[in-house]
Write a protein that binds this ligand. Sequence first.
Ligand SMILES: NC(=O)c1ccc[n+]([C@@H]2O[C@H](COP(=O)([O-])OP(=O)(O)OC[C@H]3O[C@@H](n4cnc5c(N)ncnc54)[C@H](OP(=O)(O)O)[C@@H]3O)[C@@H](O)[C@H]2O)c1
Length: 194
Amino acid sequence: MRKLTYFIACTIDGFIGDESGDASFMYPFVDEEFLSYLKAEFPETISAQGRRALGIHDLEPRRFDTVVQGRGSYEVALKEGITSPYDHLREYVASRTLAESPDPHVEIIGDDLVARVRELKAGDSRFGIYLCGGSRLAGELHEEIDELVIKTYPVALGTGMPMFGSGFAVTEFALDEVRVFDNGVVVRTYGRKS
Ligand SMILES: NC(=O)c1ccc[n+]([C@@H]2O[C@H](COP(=O)([O-])OP(=O)(O)OC[C@H]3O[C@@H](n4cnc5c(N)ncnc54)[C@H](OP(=O)(O)O)[C@@H]3O)[C@@H](O)[C@H]2O)c1
């Protein structure tokens, strides 16, 4: 089985954006050192637009060949006229309201989200699946998440969009790796304890 990894940026107090989901206040922390790390370790999690701007569009993936995101996250790209924000990956968008995909490269998952994600996890690939968010989708898929990679930025918000948009029972994860950057960003990797 390949892993479903929730790779997400958040504040010290666990919010992935302000109450509307806007995470643009986190961008200044993507400085030279941290960007070098992302390019080296997670190049496929950078959007296609970002990869082109950085001149790394041809970089091979290191961990993921598939991305799953909710319609809310996908809207952020759509609002900018981008219909395939991760055109270097197999792209899936969960939505019950998007009757038709705005892009032939993007497959909509309308029904049976968990079953479809289980099918993707059972697929034959040495690469994992990048769960991009957002909050509500991560909540819906929490039982399927095998790994968390949490980029914590050194800011607190007090209120905002939580990492998981719905509640669930205590779920234990084991800390596998911690990376600390000069600007205060910390990246923690956790594996689900079975
Ligand atoms: N900090 C970060 O790293 C980060 C990363 C990603 C996103 N974000 C932020 O997160 C925000 C979006 O999060 P969000 O919680 O509002 O939305 P979301 O989780 O991205 O998407 C929610 C939508 O997904 C669809 N969905 C959810 N469960 C489903 C199911 N079981 N079956 C089919 N479709 C399902 C529904 O779409 P329909 O309504 O169309 O049915 C639902 O409205 C954005 O503002 C973005 O900026 C932050």
